[in-house]
Design a protein around this ligand. Structure first.
Ligand SMILES: NC(=O)c1ccc[n+]([C@@H]2O[C@H](COP(=O)([O-])OP(=O)(O)OC[C@H]3O[C@@H](n4cnc5c(N)ncnc54)[C@H](OP(=O)(O)O)[C@@H]3O)[C@@H](O)[C@H]2O)c1
Length: 247
């Protein structure tokens, strides 16, 4: 911690940040001088990831947070309240893809529920619990890391590169996450808080596989851009490559 008044510093929390896109989003936010709380459900993996970014000279600290565990979210809220008194940026990045290639009629309902627990209910619970702290920020920003696979427009469009993908649990959880973005944006319309959905593109991570087209550096760009929007930036939108996407 530097000698600056910690309350004056911009504080960001990124969920699912021990690897993949969350790790890179944390790095890029910290490179902008933001103090980043790198959240992970596994303490060892999270602490190791935070140490790696610290070794690059970045202001990053691990915080334990399992998005499916209300107790863990409440504990993180209390820790942030005690240490910083506010939260400026929340990136809901934690996500699972459990039904790649599975047709809806073959999908097990437990897989559907498990997917929604992380990708939708988890994001909702994190936003709801941390919102009072975000309201204490001068310029709160919430980014839901969604996917073009959750776009109903793309799913129905035979000319979309995403048309042939099968994975109803993942896709519908991201469609629902987009609905959450819109609903919170309406509630928060008269506040400085902006909330948007981001598709990072198809990115080389454990989820995206090595076949993916984009590096994590490229994939993190839109979520980081939305995390640091100016006061006249958009809210309630869905973006890829910094451009609006069809819902
Ligand atoms: N890669 C792509 O092409 C792509 C495209 C569009 C959207 N996305 C979205 O981008 C986000 C990040 O994906 P990624 O590609 O970086 O995937 P990833 O490498 O598989 O990383 C997923 C992260 O989410 C964490 N996570 C899972 N369940 C969690 C829980 N209950 N609580 C807290 N953290 C949890 C994982 O933690 P553990 O290590 O402990 O499992 C991991 O840190 C996801 O929301 C994904 O849907 C990815």
């Amino acid at each position: 911690m530097n000698t600056m008044n910690i309350h004056d510093k911009t504080i960001a929390l990124v969920t699912g940040a021990n690897k993949g896109l969350g790790f890179e989003i944390s790095r890029q936010l910290a490179q902008k001088g933001i103090e980043v709380l790198l959240a992970a459900r596994d303490a060892n993996k999270g602490a190791e990831a935070a140490e790696k970014l610290q070794s690059e000279g970045l202001d990053v600290q691990f915080i334990k947070l399992d998005v499916t565990d209300s107790t863990s979210i409440t504990a993180a809220e209390q820790e942030i309240r005690d240490r910083f008194g506010k939260l400026d940026i929340l990136v809901n990045n934690a996500g699972v893809l459990l039904d790649w290639g599975v047709q809806p009629s073959e999908l097990d309902i437990s897989t559907l529920r498990q997917t929604f627990e992380v990708n939708f209910f988890g994001a909702f619970n994190v936003i709801k619990t941390l919102l009072p702290l975000i309201k204490l920020s001068q310029a709160g920003r919430i980014v839901n890391v969604s996917s073009t696979l959750g776009s109903l427009g793309d799913t129905l469009n035979p000319n979309s590169p995403y048309f042939g993908f099968r994975g109803m649990a993942y896709q519908s959880s991201k469609t629902a996450l987009n609905a959450l973005t819109v609903q919170f944006a309406k509630e928060l319309a008269d506040t400085p808080i902006k909330i948007n959905s981001a598709c990072p593109g198809w990115v080389q991570t454990d989820m995206g596989t090595t076949d993916a087209l984009l590096t994590v550096e490229q994939g993190a760009d839109t979520p980081v851009w939305l995390s640091t929007l100016p006061a006249d930036g958009p809210t309630g939108g869905f973006f890829n490559s910094r451009k609006p996407l069809a819902w």
